[in-house]
Design a protein around this ligand. Structure first.
Ligand code: GLP
Length: 240
């Protein structure tokens, strides 16, 4: 299903409504979230709703889809810091209600196993709000990621690496990377809302929905997902 919101503001409101509806219809919902420019406003709207309604969210769990590795998790560009500031703090969630992959560890492989097991113990993610990279990436699954991939560390996109190094003053000899749920993990989630807004995403949206299904453009696999809503604003939908 494709939903096109006439404006960015209506896009944010619709996405927030979807998240709020999930929370109010299942108190122990497990909701996966993406970070970035697309999702900040919708997260803040959900936080605002919770402050105004005082709805009981004590059984809710929010899950981060991916994370940057090698940085402090309080760095403003880390997924943890973004989700805390944008949604978990405004909703007054406890620390254990935000399940995230770590930014730092001696054994990321073991962290992926632990994260996957924690998700399983929660009964899995009910709804994933999924961002779209301009190159078709999903989470940190860059082009070339196998469709069978599961939770793992991945190389960081070169442009993002430059920005993160600059913003965190991380020297070149300290490795940076990504850690993410894999494409297979994403495809197993029963309900996904792919969110994309702005002119910069229009070509990616076209390739995702109208292009061939290929690992060269990971988001194209979503054409095969049985319950994925593509929520777009008019600019992102312009090339359909
Ligand atoms: C980042 C994140 C993804 C996010 C994507 C889109 O690389 N790792 O989780 O979905 O980029 O970001 P934006 O919304 O800023 O375009």
């Amino acid at each position: 299903m494709i939903t096109i919101a006439p404006s960015a503001a209506e896009f944010d409101a619709l996405a927030a409504q979807r998240i709020i509806h999930q929370i109010t219809s299942k108190a122990d919902s497990v909701i996966g979230l993406s970070t970035g420019r697309t999702t900040g406003a919708m997260h803040r709207l959900v936080g605002q709703w919770r402050q105004e309604s005082q709805h009981d969210v004590s059984r809710l769990t929010l899950v981060g889809l991916d994370e940057i590795t090698g940085v402090d998790r309080l760095y403003a560009g880390a997924c943890y810091a973004m989700l805390r500031t944008e949604i978990a703090d405004p909703m007054q969630l406890r620390e254990d209600q935000l399940l995230m992959l770590p930014t730092k560890s001696d054994d990321f492989e073991a962290e992926c196993v632990k994260f996957t097991e924690s998700l399983r113990a929660l009964g899995g993610i009910d709804l994933l709000i999924l961002g779209l990279g301009e190159n078709g990436h999903l989470g940190f699954n860059q082009p070339g990621s196998p469709f069978e991939s599961t939770c793992r560390t991945t190389p960081m996109h070169a442009e993002l690496e430059v920005r993160v190094r600059r913003e965190t003053a991380t020297p070149d000899d300290v490795p940076l990377g990504g850690i993410t749920l894999g494409v297979k993990d994403i495809m197993r989630i029963p309900r996904i809302i792919l969110v994309a807004k702005g002119t910069g995403k229009a070509e990616a949206v076209r390739r995702m929905l109208r292009g061939p299904i290929t690992t060269d453009f990971p988001a194209s696999i979503l054409q095969l997902h049985p319950n994925c809503e593509f929520l777009l604003d008019a600019e992102a939908a312009a090339l359909l």
